[in-house]
Design a protein around this ligand. Sequence first.
Ligand code: KG4
Ligand code: ZN
Length: 403
Amino acid sequence: MRVLSIETSCDDTCISIFEATGGVQNASFKMLADNSNSQINIHIPYGGVYPMLAKREHKKNLPILLEMALRDAKMQPLPNPPLIKGGGRKEGPPDKGDKGGLNPGIDLVCVTYGPGLEMCLWEGILFAQDLAKKWNVPLIPVNHMEGHVLSIFGKNKGNFKVTKLKTPILTLLVSGGHTQLVLTKKWMDYEIIGETLDDAVGEAYDKVARMLDLPYPGGPHISRLAEEARNSREGSLGRSDGDGQRKFLAKNFRADSAGISGFSLPRPMLKSPNFNFSYAGLKTAVLYLIKKIGPLDEEKKKAIALEFENAAIECLTYKTAKAIEKYKIKTLIVAGGVAANTHLRRELKAKSYKLKPKILFPTMELARDNSVMIGIAGYLNYIKNKKKTPAPEFIKATGKLKL
Ligand code: KG4
Ligand code: ZN
């Protein structure tokens, strides 16, 4: 079946179309179109997402992206409804089962309904409701975070498959709004076993980036500075060759090249007897550090980025490894915007786990918000729920939707 998916939960407007077949653990996909519009440049002057502007951009871009996606998928909607006997054109939605009228050949529409910025979610939902009605097809509401979990299967182009993963599965979900450890004992069931008590890790990256005068979104910029500092330090010390040396480097060579030797940042809740996280204190510690060490030059920024990233990622990898051991995890999924982070990927792979779980990350493109993951989650839920779907008009934006 042909699936069209829509994502507008934050500052990316995205529409994809793919052909999907198969069941929840053996589905096959063929990408036909994937179009998106990032609003980063619009929000940069505000240092973060400005919801009213984001909503306006979604509204403006959705029809344009739809047209592009249909063209890429070689599915042109008929310019007008079909002619009816006796002259004139048919009005209103096509009859039930009528795929000939305005429908270009889409069988299912999927849309993110939460979590996210409600006014942005509504733009996607209203647009999707209109399409589902006009095309007379079911509409599937998708949880954005389930989309991130399932993003590990996706590709922007070509073909891909959903395969059976060994359970129990642990997912580290890390984005601008979430930092969660999620346990899956049964496929597509989710139990949150730990989460942040305050800021999300991506949010901490973004806030620290602002303190360092780096543009929004801060994650990639901090990560780049930290990598530069790490490489120059490792370069002068010989390359890191595994967990042991990496720990030695992290412990003994914390941000001292800037002549601010001796500073280290806290690892909040690292040793707490649960799987929760906290990033508000780490962010405040960076603020105090900046006040203490005075005007920032490039070297100081790099040193702070390095120590901040080491601290932020250590909290994630430490608790993830503990959860892997406790729940005898066979598959680890790492997803969400922060899953694009090089240091996180490297550290999770380098850790020594007794049970050696398979570790899965999304492609770099699909770590960030996208509609491919929304289509995968929508299609799998459609199949899982035996094609029972809610009435489109009952779908409501739910900003704080839980997994
Ligand atoms: O999943 P996502 O695109 O949007 C949300 O659903 O929140 O995640 C965006 C977050 C931002 O906070 C951004 O700074 C962070 O992911 N991020 C990164 C990196 N790339 C994006 N954080 C650390 N390192 C990165 N390379
Ligand atoms: Zn996201």
